[in-house]
Design a protein around this ligand. Structure first.
Ligand code: GSH
Length: 205
């Protein structure tokens, strides 16, 4: 089965690349230029009309939402060691953070990036940056409470939920804000999973 990932460095496509490397699935990579509002240009707009990364093509099927892609690939390719089954006691927390990595954290990470580094300086809004940072901290606190002192989010092992929220810590770390924003238990969890060879390989591509 052929898998093609459309990827831009530092973007949410890192989640998918990380999973592909963890699973050892064969894939081809097409690197697209990340440009606010025109990512990948006209050609990429035919794959993802939203012009955002990631997108993935599996045989003839195209998907464009990073955490849905994680779930799709893990189920389609029977990566049971990276999933948590519905009868497991940690199933709820697994889903909460698999989805919460994007639907909870994602918007605030984007707004924080936009209003601190991505937008031209004259278009940045300080209040928006503060509001986004406050919300990131609130969710990080909720995450810390839920994580307690676990090494992984669910089932005492690494799963796609760790990839989903792991990308958020990756983004916050790119800005050098992890110590300021994340509680200690979150930093310890992130240190553990950020050393995984699959992530290191994905970051290097
Ligand atoms: N919810 C989407 C968000 C995708 C997204 O916003 N990607 C960013 C990069 S991290 C992007 O392509 N931005 C380019 C733009 O907004 O023009 C997902 O998780 O896949």
């Amino acid at each position: 089965m052929s898998i093609k990932l459309y990827h831009a460095k530092h973007s949410r496509s890192l989640r998918v690349l990380w999973l592909l490397e963890e699973a050892g699935l064969p894939y081809t990579l097409e690197v697209v230029d990340l440009a606010l509002g025109n990512t990948g240009g006209e050609n990429y707009a035919k794959i993802n009309p939203l012009q955002k990364v990631p997108a993935i093509k599996v045989e003839n099927e195209v998907l464009q939402e990073s955490t849905a892609i994680l779930e799709f690939l893990a189920n389609r390719f029977d990566l049971d060691n990276l999933l948590v089954s519905k009868d497991h006691e940690d199933y709820g927390r697994f889903l909460q953070w698999l989805h919460g990595g994007e639907s909870g954290f994602g918007m605030y990470l984007s707004l924080y990036f936009g209003h601190t580094v991505l937008l031209p300086e004259e278009q940045r809004n300080k209040m928006m940056a503060v509001w986004a940072a406050d919300n990131l901290k609130k969710i990080l606190n909720l995450f810390a409470e839920s994580l307690a002192n676990r090494d992984f989010i669910a089932a005492d092992r690494f799963t796609i939920a760790d990839i989903s929220v792991g990308y958020i810590l990756y983004g916050i770390s790119l800005l050098g804000k992890q110590e300021e924003m994340a509680p200690k238990s979150v930093l310890a969890w992130w240190r553990g999973i950020s050393e995984r060879p699959a992530l290191q390989k994905a970051i290097s591509l």
